[in-house]
Design a protein around this ligand. Structure first.
Ligand code: 9MR
Length: 364
């Protein structure tokens, strides 16, 4: 937990404007708020979010498993809080996520007798979920991650064999966008995925996006999650992807940016991937050495200089968490590590990466 005094310090520690001022007129700069923050239990994180960011995503609280754990019983407490908190701070509330294979209860795809739901039943449940959730925040949540991670990582496979694909078929994607558009015709609708900025997955993403556009499906943007590392991906590959996505006439959102510093054999965010904890893969339990912090800052500088070069197509860049202590990367792909992926440290102080990003925004 970040202490309040550390937060006060971080305010004094800089003569830089808040990030949201620095990026004004360029793109929205966002953060993801944890369960604890939305439950009012992380006041310092909330303060950093309000000071520096002008787009708020719920890290977990608007996923199907949080909103509709049991069919027909919706719980909007934390989701409402996200939207209210954003509106109070003049930030744009972002909806994450309507249709995903994770954090989605099995009842969507199962009948009372345990048999798989038929196509019509699964489709009806998907539509009801989307209509209820998007409808509740109509005109308030400005952007929705409609479908998340539908593309397969496997070389010989097009779409992920998710329960959605199995129960509805490929049209689940188009149908989800249509349902979201019907519930809020003004919302910006996003297809969101990891590693689609890398060349192994980009062609599949382009194929999917083109096919949706050809069918006149209401899709407005593509979300590059941006779960990156010190040495991968190659930013030339990423830049080419931004260009190709933009050329389709879509906005590009960087929806879940973080740059992890710990070793791993996994890339991206396939949360099924897990490794065992050994000291060799948890090297910085006490502190991050200066040279690594500098490399991390340099990587952020390069990333934001690239985003700024494409500010005509990039609508938003969102960091996946407020400070290092609350990042999901401390538990992925190995539980209980100490990672340093964000712009603020565990005490809520701005890191070298923060200053690198702020300077990039100022053109310095
Ligand atoms: O950061 C989220 C973490 O707290 C959750 O435990 C995890 C569970 O699925 O989801 C994380 O967020 C994911 C996001 O919703 C979709 N893209 C990948 C993100 C990292 O796993």
């Amino acid at each position: 937990m970040v202490s309040s005094s550390a937060f006060a310090q971080q305010n004094e520690a800089q003569d830089m404007p808040p990030l949201k001022e620095a990026f004004k007129g360029k793109f929205l700069i966002g953060t993801a708020l944890s369960y604890l923050t939305l439950q009012g239990k992380e006041a310092p994180s909330e303060a950093i979010a309000r000071t520096h960011f002008n787009a708020f995503t719920a890290e977990n609280s608007m996923k199907p498993g949080s909103l509709q754990k049991t069919e027909g019983q919706f719980n909007f407490t934390e989701a409402d809080r996200l939207v209210e908190m954003a509106e109070q701070s003049g930030a744009t509330p972002i909806g994450h996520v309507l249709v995903w294979h994770e954090q989605t209860p099995a009842w969507f795809f199962t009948e009372a007798d345990g048999k798989p739901a038929n196509r019509e039943a699964a489709l009806a449940r998907m539509r009801t979920h989307i209509a209820t959730v998007v409808g509740r925040y109509k005109g308030r949540v400005k952007e929705w991650d409609v479908v998340n991670e539908a593309i397969s990582d496997a070389p010989d496979e097009w779409l992920r064999p998710s329960p959605w694909l199995k129960s509805i078929g490929e049209e689940f994607i188009a149908e989800a966008f249509r349902a979201a558009h019907a519930a809020d015709p003004n919302a910006i609708l996003i297809y969101n995925d990891y590693n689609i900025e890398r060349s192994y997955k980009r062609p599949k993403a382009v194929r999917l996006l083109k096919s949706l556009l050809d069918q006149k499906v209401p899709i407005h943007a593509v979300g590059i999650q941006g779960h990156w590392r010190l040495d991968t991906p190659n930013f030339a590959e990423v830049e080419e992807s931004i260009t190709q996505f933009g050329a389709l006439g879509l906005k590009v959102m960087v929806t879940e940016l973080d740059i992890g510093v710990l070793p791993t054999k996994y890339q991206g965010a396939d949360i099924a991937a897990r490794e065992a904890l050994t000291p060799a893969i948890n090297p910085y339990t006490e502190a991050l050495p200066d040279d690594v912090a500098q490399r991390h800052a340099e990587r952020y500088r390069q990333a934001f200089e690239m985003f700024l070069r494409h500010q005509d197509v990039i609508g938003r860049v969102t960091l996946w968490g407020v400070h290092d202590g609350s990042s999901w990367l401390n538990n992925f792909p190995v539980r209980g590590r100490t990672d340093y992926p964000l712009l603020f440290d565990r005490e809520g102080r701005p890191k070298p990466a923060f200053f690198a990003v702020a300077k990039a925004a100022a053109g310095r």
